[in-house]
Design a protein around this ligand. Structure first.
Ligand code: F6P
Length: 354
């Protein structure tokens, strides 16, 4: 078989390990793997090349994606989708693996639903945000968490030296997962996430109380770490500005600073967990194509055991429609997974600043 692979949307550490797994297992099982460059943009203009074992040697340890990625606006148009479908045929593909997040998997579903696409299309979840339904982890999440915690630890060193308050903003789009998990691991005093729907004024009141309590005379606290998800609408600089106005009154002698980690969170060598997940998902995706199954995602330990079992006990095949519906619920807060995350955090939230 000729199996195409593309990486799309925001890159995620571990994408390369997934590509390597496809190329290696593909070669071992007599297939040719075709790498499509720059995500759907490459599929639309037909930029692709066959990948040999030498091409993927040593790539598992590298962040980013060797194929390049893009947020492709053309793929949202019917003309772009038709061109993508034409190139699946022109490249002689018997299957296509799409590695990416919400938008990428939406594109995969659109292609799989077309009458002129007969090749099976399979999605592999990859997004540092962990905002995808039907997979407990997406490729890149674990590395991003480790990067955030390492950055917060470094910031804690300097914050403690100066008795400072730090607000550290982390990526995650609308999803607070990275802030929640990394905040706990980094011993944050407070975690701010959009799912809580707090107004700007309420935020300021809450943080002023935290600062007052933390630097009260009787306490030997040397730093306050606030981890803020980027989904929280109030800009971090504005929050700092507003807290600064009262700082001399709330905590005399204490300073406040901000760090927006931004794209630092998305780069770097993938963690062991991300490499392992990526490789196993890649192998499972190849088997889906061999079985001639289309319009599914291979999910890592999906909540509720949704989907069909695979040879890998941690991976299930879930229809892309189910994935996309559950992703929407995850983002609007009605998913039991989001509610579970919020419940868990609510139980310890009052304890963080003690
Ligand atoms: O979806 C991954 C992500 O890194 C988000 O956390 C972030 O909001 C967004 O992508 C940034 O996208 P871009 O690199 O296109 O600015």
């Amino acid at each position: 078989m000729r199996i195409g692979v593309l990486t799309s949307g925001g890159d995620a550490p571990g994408m390369n390990a997934c590509i390597r797994s496809l190329v290696k297992t593909g070669a071992g099982r007599g297939h040719v793997v075709v790498g499509i460059e720059r995500g759907y943009a490459g599929l639309i203009d037909g930029t692709a090349k066959e990948l040999g074992l030498a091409d993927v040697d040593g790539i598992s340890r590298r962040g980013g994606t060797m194929l390049g990625s893009a947020r492709c606006k053309d793929m949202m148009t019917s003309a772009g989708q038709a061109r993508a479908a034409e190139h699946i045929a022109a490249l002689g593909l018997d299957g296509l693996v799409v590695i990416g997040g919400n938008g990428s998997l939406t594109g995969a579903h659109v292609l799989a639903s077309r009458a002129d696409v007969t090749a099976p299309i399979v999605g592999v979840p990859a997004s540092i945000d962990n905002d995808l339904g039907c997979t407990s982890l997406a490729i890149g999440v674990d590395t991003a968490l480790n990067t955030i915690v390492e950055a917060c630890d470094r910031i804690s060193d300097t914050a403690s030296a100066h008795r400072r308050v730090f607000i550290v903003e982390v990526m995650g789009r609308q999803c607070g997962y990275l802030a929640m998990r990394a905040g706990i691991a980094a011993e944050a005093d407070c975690i701010l996430y959009a799912e809580k729907h707090i107004s700007e004024d309420e935020l300021v009141i809450k943080l002023r109380a935290l600062i007052r309590m933390s630097f009260a005379d009787a306490r030997a606290k040397r730093r306050v770490l606030i981890v803020k998800a980027e989904g929280v609408r109030v800009p971090t600089s504005r929050l700092v500005e507003r807290l600064n106005v009262h700082l001399e009154e709330d905590a005399p002698g204490v300073d406040i600073r901000e760090t927006v980690l931004g794209h630092v969170v998305r780069g770097g060598a993938p963690s062991v967990t991300d490499r392992v997940i990526a490789q196993r998902l890649g192998f499972a995706a190849l088997q889906v194509i061999e079985d001639g199954v289309s319009d599914v995602m291979v999910g890592w330990e999906p909540a509720g055991g949704v989907g069909d079992k695979t040879d890998d006990h941690s991976i299930r095949r879930v229809p892309l429609t189910t994935v996309l519906e559950e992703t929407a619920r995850l983002l609007d807060g009605t998913s039991p997974v989001t509610q579970g995350r919020l419940r868990l955090l609510a139980q310890v939230e009052g304890l963080l600043a003690l």
